[in-house]
Design a protein around this ligand. Structure first.
Ligand SMILES: *Cc1c(COP(=O)(O)O)cnc(C)c1O
Length: 464
């Protein structure tokens, strides 16, 4: 399988090069040249099969000619063996025809583990084959950092540096990173805000000589390899609820649009998804784009679902590419305008084909809190605030009560204990395997909010 850039000016690459490159050289995002099909017979054959086996079968055509299927199977098996539930991503019924898909049974209790546990292993596999090393650099406000650290730890081909704002992330989130005892993991507590951390990372990436010297890379959701493993759970959940014979609807709490795009991919490959609800918190650029055709940056509002507090939904560019019938120069033009003016627009008529699948809505903090409280009061599970946004949006936009509706649950409630307790009166407990988190020693370096200080630290400790 070959991959093309949404902006049309970067080289066509195979999967392994796309994996290591992340962003395309022309600033675009990589997309597969064609979409493999999942026929009804194939979907039916997934019923009852282990999750890792189905994941390998779905992903293999996207890696073909590049990464050996046996190697992929081994990476996928190992990745999902580390999940704390035998079903990997269990479905839990919460009402007659309503389900929650629990994506948080990975090592850091966030759905990002589902993709990153595979991606870390694929990076390592490919770099070892090439005899190369990479330096992974990122900033975190809480959720992505622990998942990236857990994915890269102890992989000799990778060094990982994660910046977090000192004293401004929760203790659980900090400890999930700083208690990892692995020589290739470097946690940097920066005396500044999350925005300062992001600016420092951007400044280091924009130094092209340094970027080359350190072989810098990122594991964010602009990387195609991050999106692909997420398409799998849409397939397995749909099959568990009756596909290919019955349609299924999903509601997806959305920030960068990676997860929602993965649902679109499953639909595009032939899964009978009748509706995909895009659930935004107040940071709703994706919902506004899908409703009006206008993509416009606004300032970030802090909410109780912080993993979705974003200005830009980067993966909308992949959907735009498809909406414009893969007209890369047109995508490049729209994105250049967006980057210069913070706004671009496509005719609403262009959205018609995706509106048949997508509905989108914005959910405020009060509604999300009421949903957490209501579900708990009705005897249902405690859910985290991101999941609550998806639950509210799913109910608001549901088209057909006879079609099963699956809300994606993207974090364990114990990752957001204060918010869950404020809404429900119950403080969710950390799962047993993480209860020792508060006893382990922490390892991190505290650095001033200063580019030279951070850069020198990375240069001194990276092995690439
Ligand atoms: C990252 C994240 C999201 C948003 O996912 P996107 O793919 O960026 O849309 C939602 N919930 C949680 C808990 C997350 O960590």
């Amino acid at each position: 399988m070959n991959y093309v850039s949404t902006r049309g000016k970067a080289p066509v690459l195979g999967f392994a090069d796309v994996l290591l490159a992340g962003l395309a050289r022309d600033g675009g995002l990589y997309m597969p040249e064609t979409w493999p099909e999942l026929s009804s017979a194939t979907l039916a054959s997934f019923a009852g099969a282990p999750y890792a086996e189905v994941a390998t079968r779905i992903m293999a055509p996207f890696l073909s000619g590049n990464i050996d299927e046996g190697d992929l199977a081994a990476a996928v098996d190992e990745a999902y063996a580390g999940f704390r539930h035998p079903a990997v991503v269990p479905l839990r019924q919460v009402a007659d025809n309503d389900w929650v898909l629990e994506l948080f049974h990975g090592p850091t209790l966030a759905f990002k583990d589902v993709a990153l546990q595979v991606v870390g292993r694929l990076f390592d596999l490919e770099l070892r084959r090439r005899g190369e090393r990479l330096t992974i650099l990122g900033a975190t406000s809480g959720d992505t950092g622990p998942a990236a650290v857990a994915a890269c730890r102890d992989r000799d081909s990778l060094d990982v540096f994660i910046l977090h704002p000192a004293d401004r992330i929760s203790e659980v989130q900090r400890r999930q990173m700083t208690t990892v005892d692995a020589p290739n993991v470097h946690n940097l507590a920066v005396e500044g805000t999350f925005d300062d951390c992001q600016d420092l990372v951007k400044a280091i990436f924009s130094d092209l000589a340094l970027r080359e010297q350190l072989r810098l890379s990122a594991v964010n959701s602009i990387n195609w390899a991050r999106v692909l493993p997420q398409a799998v759970y849409y397939v397995t959940a749909a099959v568990a609820l009756g596909a290919p014979h019955r349609p299924v609807a999903f509601s997806v709490p959305t920030g960068n649009f990676g997860n929602a795009l993965a649902g679109w991919i499953a639909w595009r490959m032939g899964v009978p998804i009748s509706q995909l609800v895009v659930a935004s918190n107040q940071n709703d650029i994706a919902t506004r784009f899908l409703s009006t055709g206008v993509m416009e940056v606004q300032t970030v509002h802090p909410t109780i679902s912080p993993a979705m507090d974003i200005q830009v939904s980067s993966n909308l560019e992949r959907l735009l590419f498809e909406l414009l019938d893969r007209d890369a120069p047109a995508v490049a033009g729209h994105m250049a305008r967006f980057s210069a003016e913070g706004r671009m627009e496509i005719p609403v008529g262009r959205l018609e084909q995706v509106r048949r699948l997508f509905d989108a809505t914005t959910v405020d903090d009060d509604a999300a809190s009421r949903a957490m409280a209501g579900l708990h009061a009705a005897g249902g599970p405690l859910v985290d605030p991101h999941t609550a946004v998806g639950l509210v949006a799913g109910q608001a936009c549901r088209r057909d009560a006879d079609v099963p509706l699956v809300a994606l649950s993207t974090a364990h409630p114990a990752k957001f204990p204060d918010t869950v307790e404020a809404a429900t009166g119950v403080r969710p407990a950390l799962p047993a395997h993480l209860s020792h988190l508060f006893e382990l020693p922490e390892r991190y370096a505290t650095l001033p909010c200063d580019l030279a200080a951070v850069r020198d630290y990375v240069v001194a400790h990276a092995r690439a």
